[in-house]
Design a protein around this ligand. Structure first.
Ligand code: SAM
Length: 286
């Protein structure tokens, strides 16, 4: 994958996105993934798993803020939160900014991604490891969802793409288990890729979620290193209250939470889809 000068993202067949590596900081086969960390002059540290960019120091806030704050501001009482995946712990950092969150359980399959990110991405994830509300369990998220007796108000699926160990996190059986472990009024948010380049993956996931939950939708975030245009985050719940929370209420809940991307106005706007994504969505769920 590397010639020590460039590292290529090879996630999408037909394109290869090259990052100049000012330095290759680390490269390892972990047992679950091929992990590479480079330093790039535009994006800072860039973590790739199996040739797909997972997180960069420069733009992690965009994805993590939108994945965490949209459901957490929308939920009336998000006490117990579950993250599936999310090994870099940038999402956990955003979740723990909410004083209303009393426990955060993170189920990540690959211990080395967490250990590694703790060492190399302390600039954003350091507060997580000192927070008594945070517990990491090293396990397959699908197995955890199938077996746990715990119940959650918000579940965030911060997965890799639907290949390798992440594939199971895009199956109807997994979504059924998420519904089982959700409290009434609970919200599930999922990473659903870039629909311009991954229309089939997007539609398959939306169709499966919509068949399981009373309300399914998606909202958008633009992340420079998730190449290909808008990224979609899926939203599912058996209660549509979270979608109808007004901007003033969101602003009240957002008070004191520092963000660089999220605003209550943008929260509402993010659910407005360009026509090609709306058409893909409508065709998938009808
Ligand atoms: N935001 C990122 C993206 O979309 O590129 C995802 C980042 S996060 C690092 C993804 C994490 O999901 C990885 O740490 C990976 O180990 C974890 N993961 C993959 N399959 C999993 C599974 N079945 N159960 C739990 N975690 C899983």
């Amino acid at each position: 994958m590397t010639d020590r000068k460039t590292v290529s993202e090879t996630l999408h067949k037909g394109i290869s996105v090259d990052f100049e590596a000012d330095e290759v900081l680390y490269e390892e086969a972990t047992g679950h993934h091929h992990l590479a960390l480079i330093r790039n002059r535009l994006f800072g540290k860039v973590l790739l798993l199996d040739g797909a960019v997972q997180v960069t120091s420069a733009d992690e806030f965009m994805y993590h803020e939108m994945m965490a704050h949209v459901p957490l501001m929308a939920h009336a009482d998000p006490r117990d939160v579950l993250i599936i995946g999310g090994g870099d712990c940038g999402l956990a950092e955003e979740v723990l900014k909410h004083a209303r969150v009393k426990t955060l359980t993170q189920v990540e399959i690959d211990a080395s991604v967490v250990d590694f990110s703790r060492r190399h991405f302390a600039d954003f994830n350091a507060p997580v490891f000192d927070d008594p509300r945070f517990v990491v369990e090293i396990a397959d998220g699908a197995l955890f969802a199938a077996q746990t007796d715990k119940r959650f108000d918000v579940v965030l699926v911060d997965s890799t793409d639907p290949t390798g160990p992440g594939a199971v996190l895009f199956t109807p059986a997994f979504y059924r288990d998420l519904k089982r472990i959700l409290r009434p009024g609970g919200i599930v948010v999922t990473q659903n890729g870039v629909p311009f380049l991954q229309p089939t993956e997007f539609q398959t996931a939306m169709g499966a979620l919509a068949s399981m939950f009373a309300t399914t939708g998606c909202y958008l975030v633009a992340v420079p290193t998730y190449f290909g245009g808008h990224m979609t985050l899926g939203w599912s719940s058996d209660d549509d209250a979270g979608l109808n929370v007004g901007e003033e209420t969101l602003a009240g809940r957002a008070t004191g939470i520092e963000t660089r991307y999220y605003t209550p106005a943008h929260h509402k706007a993010a659910f407005v889809l360009p026509r090609f994504i709306k058409t893909l969505f409508d065709n998938a769920v009808e």
